[in-house]
Design a protein around this ligand. Structure first.
Ligand SMILES: CC(C)(COP(=O)(O)OP(=O)(O)OC[C@H]1O[C@@H](n2cnc3c(N)ncnc32)[C@H](O)[C@@H]1OP(=O)(O)O)[C@@H](O)C(=O)NCCC(=O)NCCS
Length: 311
């Protein structure tokens, strides 16, 4: 099953069992009408006062099982969100497309719409004559390929237009967008091969949604700030996740991929610099196992602190 087939399967089944975590951590399950958006998020509605909404507000992790009746099932895990604004409209369109009979309930103020971004899914087929179970490729994290320099450049330019770009990246959009293609070709081909730099990208279907780059700084050279490097180290730079994937755990997966790549090359720590005012990035790094090393410095974007994750 691929992503498009997952969407079609959820829509054809139209219901499933949603499990959330109660206050004491015990699982609680409910059977509900469920559909899928074009981006493969699951959507259902529930009363704002229900147990499951209280649970999801406290801990957004959910497990969902769709199907089962004919011997096929889709087991899913994901992160729930109660969307508003344009996101809610997009989910509401998917929901009403599947369940026009529930239009009145969606306009009821006591009912909330829940969107689940899937982090994992497995399709099983145990109909007579079948016996298979396989993970559905939802979102892939892998090293960039040399010929993908246009996609890499587009993601970078989008990152540089982010509201927080001024406290996140050393480069400006104006400067980066004026660079010749050759620079991006060269940068991407170096990040695609070898042991000095690796760009790891997250691809959701065919959309590039996030990226981290690991730079290896060798002892005896100068680092990107121009300071001498005393001990070879692996440093994460260019951390970016598109807004629609923030808060869904993608950054943890990207940082795990960076950690794996570095560990495989013999490093025992991964470090990075983060602006002292970039509280969101610091929060994400802390959760991913980074801690402040005590080193502080002032770079071109202002005061930064170093954070390190032991590998
Ligand atoms: C930095 C970035 C990759 C983090 O990814 P993310 O998906 O947004 O991160 P998450 O939401 O998973 O984690 C952020 C954490 O900080 C917390 N947080 C969010 N805003 C915060 C704030 N203003 N103050 C303190 N903590 C905050 C969140 O609660 C969360 O911690 P928790 O999981 O312990 O609750 C992403 O926001 C991004 O691309 N930002 C723009 C570019 C950027 O800043 N890059 C980093 C350069 S160093």
């Amino acid at each position: 099953m691929d992503r498009a087939e997952l969407i079609a399967y959820v829509r054809s089944q139209g219901d499933g069992v949603v499990s959330s975590l109660g206050r004491d951590g015990a699982p609680q399950a409910a059977y509900l009408p469920i559909t899928a958006t074009d981006r493969a998020e699951l959507v259902f509605d529930a009363r704002a006062t229900s147990r499951k909404i209280a649970n999801l507000r406290r801990d957004p992790r959910v497990a969902v099982v769709v199907g089962g009746r004919d011997g096929t099932t889709l087991q899913c895990e994901g992160v729930a969100d109660l969307p508003d604004g344009a996101e809610r409209e997009r989910c509401a369109r998917a929901y009403l497309g599947a369940f026009p009979q529930f239009a009145a309930s969606l306009s009821d103020e006591g009912v909330v719409l829940v969107q689940v971004r899937l982090t994992w899914a497995r399709y099983g087929d145990y109909r007579p004559g079948f016996s298979s179970s396989a993970e559905v490729p939802l979102l892939v994290i892998r090293r960039v390929r040399a010929d993908e320099w246009v996609l890499a450049r587009d993601l970078r330019l989008d990152a540089l237009r982010d509201a927080d770009a001024g406290i996140a990246f050393l480069e400006t959009y104006e400067r980066a967008s004026a660079q010749p293609d050759e620079l991006y070709r060269d940068r991407t081909s170096r990040a695609a091969e070898g042991d000095d730099v690796a760009q790891l990208v997250a691809i959701d279907g065919d959309t590039w949604v996030g990226s981290v780059t690991v730079l290896v700084q060798r002892a005896g050279t100068l680092d990107y700030r121009g300071d001498p490097v005393e001990r070879s180290r692996a440093v994460v730079v260019g951390v970016y996740v598109r807004p629609e994937h923030r808060g869904d755990g993608l950054i943890d997966r990207l940082l795990d991929a960076a950690a794996r790549w570095s560990r495989e090359r013999g490093f025992d720590a991964l470090s990075l610099g983060v602006h002292q005012d970039n509280a969101r990035a610091q929060g994400a790094y802390r959760r991913a196992g980074f801690a402040p090393s005590g080193v502080r410095f002032t770079g071109s974007i202002g005061p930064e602190l170093e954070m390190v994750r032991p590998l």
